[in-house]
Ligand binder design. Sequence first.
Ligand code: NAP
Length: 288
Amino acid sequence: MAKVAFLGLGVMGYPMARHLAAKGHEVTVYNRTRAKADKWVSEHGGRAAATPREAAAGQEIVFACVGNDDDLRQVTTGPDGAFATMDKGSIFVDHTTASAEIARELAGIAEKAGIAFIDAPVSGGQAGAENGQLTVMCGGEAPAYAKAEPVIASFAKACRLMGPSGAGQLTKMVNQICIAGLVQGLAEGIHFAKRAGLDPEAVIQAISKGAAQSWQMENRYKTMAAGQFDFGFAVDWMRKDLGICLVEARSNGAHLPVTALVDQFYAEVQSMGGKRWDTSSLIARLER
Ligand code: NAP
């Protein structure tokens, strides 16, 4: 069993830290809004720390799942950041969806302090975090990964080292690029079915056994057809993720015309009041 800290008890971090405690790891938690950390300790035991710096002292592994690059910088190298107190030989595992650039930058800073840094973004959403069934895509050095992987398994159904620092974030970018165009296609299909006077439920039942099948189709068609979006993976987060993909593509020369277009569609959904709506809300823009 490992001695660990978890920084960031949001929608994802809160249940991920719970799975670590349930597996018997000794967990210290930190959350910017202290009340959430106190609530977590009252439910799951362990200890709450006032800062990332305090939480990280003496831990074998420090996990984080915060919002974006700036937030990650704050909890690692900021004035009360975790890197200041982490021991040589310890490991920082970052589950934030962030840029590959910050993963490489923080890995470089960590290395100088004798700390290993693994970028480890996740997919599987809130349900995956709650059920301990996340997919984790990692970048970093193999020896540190080998030590962290059995602990990450507390909340993951699959975990894989994809390459050096940044490779986890790059893999997550591929994941988001694949989803963006697909959700728009699904939105157009359901929208078309309704306009054609077909029953969307019957249409999906017929076509979901064939080549058009997808996770989004199986898990989102009902709520899309009903115009319900008050759940799931927020449009604001998706725009952050697509922004990261588009910046990376500018530097590696990849062509992402559909991703760029869908990003603009999501900007329209935001201006319709859909900042916190699930990403399947692309259909709402077609049905305005
Ligand atoms: P969330 O519910 O908004 O939680 C964000 C967490 O980060 C909160 O604990 C927040 O603290 C903390 N935080 C933000 N900025 C901070 C800062 N500057 N300093 C310290 N703590 C800070 O977000 P989430 O849904 O858990 O998502 C977290 C990450 O996972 C994001 O990168 C997201 O893209 C990614 N992700 C999310 C999903 C999903 O379905 N939700 C799926 C895959 C990946 P407070 O409580 O004080 O605000």
